[in-house]
Design a protein around this ligand. Structure first.
Ligand code: SAH
Length: 374
């Protein structure tokens, strides 16, 4: 998301400071939830199941959970808010894209985005506060990684978005392309995705769940061994090690060949075609010879390339290429036998979860948000 699009997006009401005694029900451990219900002479497993069922249906007001006795509903409302995260900012673009800036009790903030298109509702999830990968074009990593998100925090992202849906809408797709490197937090991400996929959870088809990674080979293999047909997207961004080392600094430790080998293995084990993401930055990696080299290294692999024109980030010197060079790059790949598409731009705000909302908000609301660099 770039600055222009942020200023164009109306900001919806901001939730005020939460009274400190009210804990998020969803963020409580099972033991804490159990003891709350036991102290009231209630059966924890039944009540927890009922509350989760309501939240999955988008109802977050305890008082409206009508299959729970009225007295208990009131007790819940007196003692808890539904989530451990609170919505600091909620923005909605003209194309119906919605963005939440969520803050956890430790004051750490992340972004979660809802994108609507042709009957689809896609959630873009964050997996870490900040990012440790240091890709030179990305706003999320500008201040490094602060911490991993817990499983319940990733689930909360989905439930907070679920509560925004209109009647008849459902979350149909997930892309794990928000802040952070998902495979660096795989052990917490997988239970959240398995819950999102489960019939007793959000019931989202595993084939509609995409995990985007900078390319951590061992973790790609670990993901493959999980045996869920999640769609893998590998952020390649360059056709040679020399260039990739400059754009994606962690590549120096790994090397492209290993990344490509792991992606190939993922494809063989999961039976799912891997997508390669390639950000196009003017004058850096967008020349026809880059496209020819990319086609050469991908030829013979069943693969698809998703070209992502760079979205300007304040403070970074890079630029988006002209439309003509984007088209030429795509056509050169196709001539080289590689399937390629350019990621659609919904306004300028579809690449929203790049950590920029958090940065902008920190500038705009210094009294509410911690300044940058903390
Ligand atoms: N760490 C993971 C997921 C987060 S980034 C990964 O590297 O894949 C997900 C995608 O966001 C990346 O493929 C990148 O292309 C895109 N992205 C990040 N910053 C961007 C920017 N400024 N403009 C356009 N796309 C961007």
């Amino acid at each position: 998301m770039n600055e222009n699009s942020l200023s164009k997006m109306p900001t919806l009401p901001v939730v005020g400071e939460r009274p400190p005694i009210l804990q998020g029900f969803f963020g409580q451990t099972e033991i804490e939830q159990d003891s709350f219900f036991k102290a009231l002479g209630e059966r924890p497993s039944l009540r927890i199941k009922q509350i989760h069922r309501w939240m999955i249906q988008g109802e977050t007001d305890f008082l409206q959970m009508t299959d729970i006795p009225a007295g208990l509903r009131r007790k819940l409302a007196e003692n808890f808010v539904p989530f451990s995260s609170q919505i600091l900012l909620h923005s909605k673009a003209t194309d119906e894209t919605e963005k939440l800036l969520l803050e956890f009790p430790d004051k750490k903030q992340i972004e979660t985005v809802l994108m609507r298109e042709e009957g689809r509702a896609t959630v873009c999830l964050s997996t870490q506060v900040g990012c440790g990968m240091g890709c030179v074009f990305c706003a999320s990593g500008l201040e490094g990684v602060q911490r991993n998100l817990e499983t319940h925090e990733i689930q909360e992202e989905l439930l907070q978005i679920r509560a925004l849906l209109k009647a008849g809408e459902r979350i149909s797709h997930i892309v794990v392309m928000g802040m952070g490197e998902p495979l660096a937090n795989l052990e917490r991400l997988l239970p959240a995705l398995d819950w999102a996929n489960a019939a007793s959870g959000l019931g989202i088809s595993a084939r509609n769940i995409t995990i985007s990674t900078v390319g951590l080979p061992k973790k790609i293999i670990e993901l493959a061994s999980h045996k869920k047909p999640y769609h893998l997207a590998v952020s390649l961004h360059a056709p040679t090690d020399l260039l990739r080392n400059q754009i994606v600094p962690m590549n120096e430790k790994v090397g492209m060949q290993e990344v490509l080998n792991a992606a190939q293995q993922y494809q063989e084990i999961s039976g799912r075609q891997v997508t390669y993401e390639y950000i196009l930055i003017a004058g850096i990696n967008d020349q026809a010879h880059h496209a020819r080299e990319l086609a050469r290294i991908l030829s013979g692999r069943q693969s698809h390339v998703n070209l992502i024109p760079f979205n300007p980030v304040k403070g970074l010197p890079w630029q988006r290429p002209e439309e003509d060079s984007i088209d030429l790059f795509r056509d050169t790949l196709r001539q080289g036998g590689v399937s390629a598409t350019v990621r659609k731009r919904k306004g300028a705000d579809i690449d929203a979860a790049c950590g920029q909302l958090r940065r902008e908000a920190a500038r705009a609301l210094p009294g509410v948000l911690k300044p940058l660099g903390v």
